[in-house]
Design a protein around this ligand. Structure first.
Ligand code: PHE
Length: 477
């Protein structure tokens, strides 16, 4: 492949590929689509099982209050910083940060903040696509009636047999990656935008249907008191750290995503308002998911603190006993599948743009290369779940006992690279970017600007350092 340097569109500052006549300068057609796409990225497994469960464990309503504060004063400012970097840089996260650093007269080393994010997003996707494959398989299992009147043991067997069978895992992971690449290969407006335009309203509708079903058939009042009773006695310092970490994860921060999606923002977008909309929608979806799941779990006398098993084991048992369980369990897994798909397209996008910009590839070729690489790296997770000998390890690594390759990738990304990437981004936006640039991007009042700047300069970095040191076991509460 000849490395012809691509010309620049003066109007948009985005590279137009010489070998791809279809690649018009890509932008979202409106702020609303950006919001939909970003909400699509944010809403995923984190909202559907993790949020309700950590909320229940850490004092219900008390945890919600702390979580909302973390979103408002840490998650949102970092989100705004990423969108501003993307909108200013208009390239893949790595190049955007590099260009802005150069333009601000800062060290080239700041580009680390860009590529660490891209790498993190890509590595997260390597295992996310395997787990999303479970959801795809479960759509078919649910629709074929596998869970109808099944005992807890039978549902447990179905789960274990599925996640330890490498052929099944490869099959569904491959399918999931193919669909993801198929969407992104079509470009921003024809691919990503069309996908979120159909999947997000459907996801929301399914969530409302499931919530109404849960309210009618399940134990809604038990769920309400489980989720919203503000029991401050249950809230520990550790709970506050969990809320902080989750605020980061759920908004898809520090993984190159918001920088990349921000690069496609229309020029006149009010970033602050848009970011607030995304954060509210993400939280509302998380709360609604809890209200759809827990009434069903409680009505069957099952335990709510089941972690990953909540979605793939507890819920199928519960739905299998209920009227029209086949329909509603199928809809539930379709909903999860859509939630994971709108996240996966966001995670792969920046690697594709990187290949297009760096090697002047067409979007199709770049998607194929990125998808194939992802597929290969995914074997580390597949080999780990299916218990293959060569994927087993046993050592203590930065605060965690790791047992297999999946543990290493998960811990490295979620616990180490996400907070570190977030720290770099906050410091970069707060201290390195010129004030003229950030205020031009934010387009907001001086008061809000000062709050944002104080957060990215001080509050977010300090909070991230504390979570990080706690996660890797250097400090404990
Ligand atoms: N935000 C997604 C969720 O809640 C997960 C995610 C994290 C996606 C980081 C991309 C990057 O499930």
């Amino acid at each position: 492949m000849a490395l012809i340097s691509a010309p620049f569109s003066l109007k948009t500052g985005i590279k137009i590929m010489t070998n791809n006549p279809n690649s018009a300068p890509d932008r979202w057609s409106s702020h609303f689509v950006f919001m939909l796409a970003t909400i699509g990225s944010a809403v995923g497994l984190g909202n559907i099982w993790k949020f309700p469960y950590i909320m229940g464990e850490n004092g219900g309503g008390a945890f919600v209050i702390v979580y909302l504060l973390c979103i408002a004063f840490i998650g949102l400012p970092v989100f705004i910083a990423e969108a501003a970097i993307g909108k200013k840089g208009r390239k893949n996260p790595w190049e955007s940060v590099k260009d802005i650093a150069a333009g601000s007269g800062a060290s080239k080393n700041w580009q680390v903040a860009g590529w660490v994010g891209m790498l993190t997003g890509f590595l997260i996707l390597s295992f996310y696509s395997v787990i999303a494959g479970w959801a795809a398989a479960y759509v078919f299992k649910a629709a074929s009636g596998s869970f109808v009147n099944a005992s807890a043991e039978q549902v447990g067997d179905i789960f274990v047999n599925h996640i330890t069978n490498p052929y099944q895992l490869v099959f569904w992971q491959t399918l999931f990656i193919v669909v993801t690449c198929f969407i992104v290969a079509k470009g921003v407006q024809k691919g990503l935008e069309k996908a979120v335009n159909t999947m997000m309203p459907t996801l929301f509708l399914l969530l409302v249907v499931l919530l109404l079903y849960a309210a009618k058939i399940g134990d809604f009042s038990a769920a309400l008191s489980f989720m919203f009773n503000p029991d401050f006695s249950k809230l520990t310092v550790n709970g506050v750290l969990v809320a902080l970490g989750h605020a980061f994860f759920t908004l898809s921060l520090a993984s190159g995503i918001i920088i990349m999606y921000g690069a496609y923002l229309p020029q006149d977008t009010p970033i602050v308002k848009t970011a607030v909309g995304v954060a509210i929608a993400d939280t509302v979806v998380a709360l609604m998911a809890g209200l759809a799941i827990f009434p069903i779990v409680f009505a069957n006398g099952l335990a709510p603190q089941a972690g990953p098993g909540l979605v793939f084991q507890t819920l199928p048992i519960a739905l299998g006993q209920m009227p029209a369980g086949i329909v509603f369990s199928t809809l539930f897994f379709v909903m999860i599948l859509f939630a994971t798909l709108t996240s996966s397209i966001s995670m792969i996008e920046s690697s594709i743009v990187f290949l297009i910009e760096k090697f002047n590839l067409s979007r199709k070729k770049a998607s194929l290369i990125s998808g194939s690489l992802l597929w290969l790296i995914g074997f580390a997770t597949i080999a780990s779940f299916s218990g293959m000998e060569f994927a087993k390890v046993d050592f203590h690594y930065l605060g965690k006992d790791v047992k297999n390759w999946f543990d290493i990738i998960d811990h490295t990304t979620s616990d180490i690279l996400l907070p570190l990437g977030g720290l770099f981004i906050a410091l970069f936006a707060g201290w390195v970017m010129k004030k003229a640039d950030t205020s031009e991007q934010l387009q907001t009042s001086p008061v809000i600007f000062t709050i944002w700047q104080t957060s990215v300069r001080w509050i977010a970095p300090l909070a991230i350092v504390v979570i990080f040191l706690q996660l890797i076991g250097i400090i404990s509460f």
